[in-house]
Every structure is written in structure tokens, then in C-alpha cells.
Write a protein that binds this ligand. Structure first.
Ligand code: G3H
Ligand code: ZN
Length: 278
């Protein structure tokens, strides 16, 4: 069934575990993420980024597909709008019935980030929608990796109090869209943020973090683990491998199906990593 993001994140945090939040681009990602989590017997967050919505040209077709797949799942599935910079897109997701949104005003200066995020949080909370925001820019979104960016624990606590958000994405050494899994996280900072910030912490750019690093991050206090690039890597490798092996086939279901199977297996595997963290 479709469940609230707060329920999944809250349950994971109470158990000292991480929950997987996986980015989908198209239907094969959505169904693979749910199949992988079903095999792992774990609830899961399926997320659609503003960039993925832009690729489709609109939120509703892919958003409705994710919501329908969530409702039919045997496990709890939350549907989350990721990295929304557009307030209009947030409002559309809320109206469609999304479980949660991430409003990303992290490129603004502190005061503007607070003002924009607080307004979005108030709107979403009236509708019962869970809100994540970001403070201290996690790099890589524009192709420029900035693993040195760090979120200050004191400012983070102040930001959460001023905005009323339900979770906070923080900069602790990861960077978006890394193709190698060798990012070194600042585990000591994660622990300090966990002690200072009253809401669950979110790790972005998790694809660049090796399995042991993910487990250590969860152990130190990270809860929502966002993974996108790693799924695209395995999807593309499997789809391309299938297509190269059978260049005469024209039915896209062959190579898309191979990609979907690879993503299913990787989601199941990553969810076991988030479970073995303590
Ligand atoms: O919001 C999505 C994540 O931060 C994904 O980052 O593509 O590096 O795994 P990633
Ligand atoms: Zn992100």
C-alpha cells in the first residue's frame, strides 16, 4: 500500500536503521524498486526528482504510475518528490497525493532558504505531507563535485526550528552522481548533527559511498539514504549488455527487462546493507 514517508523514516530511525529512498526515472525503475524491496521484505521510498519530471514533460503521468504501483504493492511504499526547486511542482505533487516532498533551496543564502522552505513546509503540513529540506549544499547536482561542503550542526538546529521541516539533508562528504563508490563521509560530523538536530537526517549522493560507508553513516545517525546513480549504473550495464549480445532484437522489453532485473537485485542488496548497520 501507499504509506506515509514519516512512517517509514520514523520506524527506521526508531530501530537505528537506514531506509532506502531510490530515485526512479521511468516505470521500469518504479517496479524494480518495489520488487527489490518486496524481496528484502522492507518498506521503501520511491522518489521522482524535478529533473526526472522535466524529462517526462509533466509530473502526472509518471507520478500517477508511481502512486498506482505503490497502492498495489505488498510492502509499504511512499512516493516522494525529490529536489523540487519549483513551489508549483510541490503543490502539484501534494494535489496528486504524494507522501512527501523535498524542497531544495540549498543554493540560496541562509535567510532566503529559511523563508522559502518555511512557506513550503506550512503549505505541505496543512495537507499532511512530510517535508525534507537541505542545508549546506551537497555538490554534484550541476556536475561539479564539492565533497568539502559541510553543514554546521548549530545552524542546522536553528534551520529546523525556523522552518518546521520533518527531515534535513546535510552535507557530510558525499556528492551527487559519482560513478565511483569511494566518497569518504565525515562520520564524526554525522554523529554531531544527529545530536543537535531533532529530525531525521538525509544522506544525498549515496551512490558514491561504499557499502561500509553507508553502514557507518547509518550507525552514526543517518536515516534516509537517497540512491539514484547506482541504480542507473546497473540498469544501463544490464540493458547495454543485453542489447550488445542480441543486436538483432527490436523489442525494447528485452533490454529494458534486463535493466529492470538488475535494478531489482541491486535494490534488494542495498537494503540489506542499510539493515546491517548496527
Ligand atoms: O536525491 C537523490 C540522491 O541524492 C541521489 O544521489 O545519484 O549520487 O545516488 P546519487
Ligand atoms: Zn540528492
Amino acid at each position: 500500500p501507499l504509506v506515509s514517508t514519516g512512517e517509514i523514516v520514523g520506524a527506521a530511525r526508531a530501530r537505528g536503521r537506514g531506509c532506502g529512498a531510490f530515485n526512479a526515472i521511468q516505470l521500469e525503475h518504479i517496479t524494480a524498486i518495489i520488487a527489490g524491496a518486496t524481496a528484502a521484505k522492507t518498506d521503501v521510498i520511491v522518489q521522482l526528482s524535478q529533473n526526472a519530471v522535466r524529462y517526462h514533460g509533466a509530473l502526472a503521468p509518471v507520478g500517477e504510475a508511481a502512486l498506482a504501483a505503490a497502492r498495489e504493492a505488498d510492502i509499504g511504499v511512499a512516493v516522494h518528490l525529490d529536489h523540487a526547486e519549483s513551489p508549483d511542482l510541490v503543490r502539484e505533487a501534494v494535489k496528486l497525493g504524494f507522501s512527501s516532498v523535498m524542497f531544495d533551496a540549498s543554493t540560496l543564502d541562509y535567510a532566503d532558504n529559511v523563508a522559502a522552505t518555511r512557506e513550503i513546509a506550512e503549505y505541505c503540513h496543512v495537507a499532511g505531507v512530510w517535508v525534507e529540506a537541505e542545508l549546506g549544499e551537497v555538490g554534484g547536482k550541476d556536475g561539479v563535485h564539492a565533497p568539502g561542503a559541510r553543514t554546521d550542526p548549530g545552524e542546522a538546529a536553528e534551520f529546523v526550528a525556523a522552518t518546521g521541516v520533518d527531515a534535513l539533508a546535510v552535507a557530510v562528504g558525499s556528492s551527487h552522481a559519482m560513478l565511483t563508490r569511494d566518497a569518504a563521509l565525515d562520520v564524526e560530523l554525522i554523529a554531531r548533527l544527529r545530536d543537535s538536530v531533532p529530525v531525521p537526517l538525509v544522506l544525498h549522493g549515496s551512490s558514491g559511498v561504499p557499502d561500509d560507508g553507508l553502514a557507518a553513516a547509518v550507525h552514526a545517525g543517518m536515516t534516509k539514504i537517497n540512491i539514484a546513480t547506482q541504480l542507473n549504473k546497473v540498469f544501463t550495464a544490464a540493458a547495454a549488455g543485453d542489447w550488445r549480445a542480441h543486436p538483432d532484437r527490436v523489442d525494447p522489453r528485452r533490454y529494458l527487462g534486463a535493466g529492470r532485473e538488475a535494478v531489482t537485485a541491486e535494490v534488494q542488496r542495498l537494503l540489506t546493507v542499510l539493515e546491517r548497520s548496527c
